[in-house]
Design a binder for this molecule. Structure first.
Ligand code: FAD
Length: 114
């Protein structure tokens, strides 16, 4: 259990960055197998995230609003909405989800996002 606020926030920022970047690189037309991987990944992530209270809340949240895996846009918008739900609970400002994919470049060779 993490009791340090600064560490909890750092972990949160790093994790959100990773998750949003993963969605920005998710295939535009995923296969059934890729769709299952994303869904399974998010559900497992929500049970293993190393901040107990965060994990409990997030697991409930994404059980209510299951991961949208049909396309890059669907997945990115879904995660943006989930992050905004957490922002709201923590009384943080909401984020504008328009054009979110381009805001999370990965530094990958195949960087270009259509
Ligand atoms: P963060 O929320 O970490 O966001 C980082 C940056 O992402 C922002 O500066 C902004 O540029 C961008 N951003 C903001 N909103 C969005 C969005 N909707 N879509 C895309 N980009 C966005 N902390 C708790 O105290 N209690 C909890 O229950 C809790 N649950 C969490 C659950 C998960 C799954 C994660 C990953 C983190 C959780 N955290 C929780 C941590 C918390 O969400 C923040 O990461 C932390 O408080 C640091 O906040 P921040 O203001 O730096 O911005």
């Amino acid at each position: 259990v993490m009791g340090n606020q600064t560490e909890k926030e750092e972990l949160g920022r790093a994790t959100w960055k990773f998750l949003h970047t993963m969605m920005a690189r998710y295939p535009e037309t995923p296969t059934e197998s890729e769709r299952k991987s994303l869904k399974d990944f998010m559900m497992l992530f929500s049970t293993l995230y190393p901040c107990g209270e965060c994990a409990t809340h997030f697991n409930k949240l994404i059980t209510t609003y299951p991961p949208q895996t049909s396309s890059r846009v669907a997945a990115s918008q879904w995660l943006c909405a989930m992050h905004n739900n957490v922002n709201e609970r923590l009384k943080k400002p909401l984020f504008d989800c328009n054009g979110i994919e381009a805001r999370y470049p990965c530094g990958c060779e195949d960087e270009k996002i259509e």
